[in-house]
Design a protein around this ligand. Structure first.
Ligand SMILES: Nc1ncnc2c1ncn2[C@@H]1O[C@H](COP(=O)(O)OP(=O)(O)O)[C@@H](O)[C@H]1O
Ligand SMILES: [Mg+2]
Length: 344
């Protein structure tokens, strides 16, 4: 093959093979090696694509058919979804002299994104429907059995207010998320001083802390450098972490909120929120920042949660070019660390 064409094929991220009339591989580009591994030259295509539809489509092309595409999922190191496309290399050749280009485009990320979108829409609908269903139930009761029962009416109205507030919170959080996702590429450029923000949040959370019988102990580093950030967004981050610690650790909890320069990365500021709750099992930790992921749905609902808090935290920190780190030991408690780049 022309070395220029070979270079062009090696520049592609799509795996490209050329096969002869009996589907033996006579050429493969670089991407095919990183996707399928070495040692395939002179092997048959069916050797690593054990899929009848693919093999038949390539056969059809070798017999003179037009371009064929087949979606296939192959068990490589991890299961990977491909769009296979086969095109004949010669027009009007006999089968004996035929050869074809067979390409494999990795479409896993597209399918995953599509699956995530579908799941998200299903989740949102479910989460919005449940307070709505509750509201309908109360309305029916108020129109019927409880019509002239003042005490019951008062109680139901209170419950209705709670459900309506839950819907409002959910919608606010969804809007926050969607706004953050559209702004993620633009890092904030204003300098902010972290410690006063933390102080303000702790003071403003007093009612929730009292309700959960939790107290906050602070340990703010002196001379902490500023970070590039958005005050409202960082407030949302720390408020959610401290609130979570109050709600999901245990009653009478002492929550430690600390700030310091990171030990290992001196160009980063580390803010930690530590509780002494039951801790979080590793299988949950990896999923906590997923939208609507909650370890105990009932508990989160009782505490007025939406399951979106940590997803919002993650997106805010991504925009701030920082990160969230969750460490937890069962029986000892959890530490949620926010790591942000210094503005110096
Ligand atoms: N400090 C914590 N200790 C134990 N579990 C926690 C803690 N923080 C968060 N979680 C778990 O993570 C879940 C998701 O948190 P979050 O995204 O803020 O949603 P929400 O607070 O609305 O439920 C919570 O429902 C809870 O199960
Ligand atoms: Mg929360």
């Amino acid at each position: 093959m022309d070395s220029e064409i070979e270079s062009i094929l090696d520049a592609l991220s799509v795996a490209v093979f050329i096969v002869d009339a009996d589907q033996t591989i006579t050429y493969r580009n670089s991407a095919s090696v990183s996707l399928f591994g070495t040692g395939l030259r002179n092997k048959k295509l069916s050797h690593f694509v054990p899929n009848k539809r693919c093999i038949r489509a390539v056969d059809d092309v070798l017999d003179g058919a037009d371009r064929q595409s087949v979606d296939v999922r192959l068990q490589l190191v991890v299961p990977t979804s491909f769009r296979m496309t086969a095109v004949s290399l010669q027009k009007n050749a006999t089968r004996d002299g035929a050869s074809a280009v067979v390409s494999f485009e990795d479409v896993s990320h597209i399918l995953e994104a599509e699956q995530m979108r579908t799941d998200f829409v299903a989740n949102v609908s479910h989460e919005l429907r449940s307070p709505l269903t509750a509201l309908y139930g109360f309305i029916e009761t108020l129109q019927g059995p409880a019509r002239s029962d003042q005490q019951a009416s008062d109680r139901f109205l209170q419950l209705m207010e709670r459900e309506a507030a839950r819907m409002a919170r959910l919608i606010d959080d969804l809007l926050s998320l969607s706004k953050l996702q559209s702004e993620e590429r633009y890092a904030p450029t204003e300098k902010v001083t972290i410690n006063p923000i933390l102080e303000r949040i702790v003071a403003s959370l007093e009612p929730i802390l009292m309700k959960e019988q939790a107290t906050v102990a602070t340990d703010f580093g002196a001379d902490l450098p500023d970070v590039f950030g958005n005050v409202d967004e960082l407030t949302q981050v720390f408020a959610n972490l401290i609130e979570n610690a109050a709600k999901y650790s245990r009653p009478d909890a002492v929550i430690r909120v600390a700030s310091r320069i990171d030990d290992k990365e001196p160009e980063m500021v580390r803010i930690t929120v530590t509780d002494q709750g039951d801790g979080i099992a590793p299988k949950h930790i990896a999923r906590l920042t997923e939208r609507f992921y909650r370890i105990d749905k009932g508990r989160s609902r009782d505490k007025g949660g939406t399951g979106l808090g940590l997803a919002i935290v993650k997106h805010i920190l991504m925009r701030h070019r920082g990160r969230l780190q969750i460490d937890s030991e069962q029986g000892t408690g959890s530490t949620f660390s926010v790591v942000l780049p210094c503005a110096r």
